[in-house]
Design a protein around this ligand. Structure first.
Ligand code: ZN
Length: 266
């Protein structure tokens, strides 16, 4: 276990932590803006997270989605800081009952404990004066919400960004929803993107726009190659290259071939 980095951007503080520092999505940045934590961080990093939250009183914990790297320490934070996390109703339903995860996710993050949440409110504030607006952005998961801070032009992007060139997709992700959620985000005003894996992306809207364009291009190329008779493995190899270690580690649950298949299903 390790603290990999401390992040500072104006009054925003971040703690990058994680068991494995293999790819951008194998470590996690827990963000704190004054009295508010954005996501809880993974369960197996709790001892580092506890030290981080000891630095400043936590009055609010907002969750983007149920995934265990984002929600894993929510039960611990709720008890330790005496806050009830806020999440969408769908996220709340999943976290209340718990959810199964594959072995690689248990090794990477450990499973999240069950936790009770409260739904988002219409007029949520950070530090008592900074409005924060949840934006539903299904695709990566059905329950994903990003948090827009309109006065700052900041977007806490959950797992909507990570990279401007998507190369792998998990089996349960919906590419159709992901593309339309990117369009939803692009219709809002912001410039800085706070990604829990990539970190602070200062030209964030441009980066998201590139991701959207790259995905549309990929869908077009995949469909064109498929129409000319090429099978999925060859299309995958030609457009995305060989499967990385992560695909093998996850038993192809998270892989390039899923992304190509998803392009064909659109
Ligand atoms: Zn996720």
């Amino acid at each position: 276990m390790a603290v990999l980095e401390r992040i500072k951007h104006h009054d925003l503080e971040g703690l990058r932590t994680g068991h494995f520092n293999l790819m951008v999505n194998t470590s996690f940045v827990l963000y704190r803006l004054g009295d508010t934590l954005i996501d809880a961080g993974p369960r197996n990093q709790w001892r580092h997270i506890r030290r981080f939250i000891d630095e400043r009183a936590v009055r609010q914990l907002l969750l983007t989605h149920f995934h265990e790297d984002h929600s894993g320490s929510a039960a611990q934070i709720a008890q330790y800081a005496r806050v009830t996390p806020r999440a969408s109703e769908e996220t709340g339903r999943i976290l209340r009952h718990g959810f199964p995860i594959q072995l690689y996710r248990r090794l990477m993050w450990r499973a999240a404990d069950k936790v009770i949440t409260r739904p988002f409110q219409p007029d949520m504030l950070i530090n008592g004066h900074d409005p924060v607006i949840p934006i539903a952005t299904p695709g990566h998961t059905p329950d994903l919400n990003c948090f827009l801070l309109p006065q700052r032009g900041w977007l806490f992007s959950g797992d909507m960004y990570i990279s401007s060139r998507l190369k792998l997709l998990a089996r349960e992700e919906s590419l159709t929803d992901l593309i339309s959620s990117l369009e939803t985000l692009l219709s809002h005003d912001f410039d800085t993107l706070l990604c829990p894996h990539r970190g602070v992306v200062s030209d964030g809207k441009q980066a998201l726009r590139r991701k959207h364009q790259n995905l549309l291009e990929l869908v077009g190329q995949v469909q064109h190659m498929h129409q000319s008779g090429l099978p999925v493995p060859q299309i995958t190899q030609a457009l995305l290259g060989p499967e990385p270690m992560m695909s093998f580690i996850t038993g192809f649950h998270f892989s390039k071939r899923h992304l190509i298949n998803a392009c064909l299903q659109m």
